[in-house]
Design a protein around this ligand. Sequence first.
Ligand SMILES: [Zn+2]
Length: 87
Amino acid sequence: MNCKHFNFNAQVAVARLEDSGRFMAEINVECADCKEPFQFIGLPPGLNLNGATVSINGLQANMAIGPNSQIMSPLQRMTVDAMGKKQ
Ligand SMILES: [Zn+2]
C-alpha cells in the first residue's frame, strides 16, 4: 500500500557563511510515516545570497536570510520605491 503522506518531519538548519558573513536557512522535509524525502519545486539550483535555491537533487531548499534590523522588509522597500517615484 502506498503511503499517502499525511505526516511530515521538517528540519531547518541555519548556516553562517564564513567568507561572506551572510546567513542561509537550509530546509529539508520528509514524510514522517514512510520517510520519503520531498523535493522543493520551482526553485533554481545553485547558490544565491539574495534569494532562494534548491540543491542539485532537489531535496534541500537554501534560503538567504539576515538579521531583521539589517534588512529592509518588503513593506519598507515598497515605501522607498513609492517615495522615489514621486520626485
Ligand atoms: Zn509517506
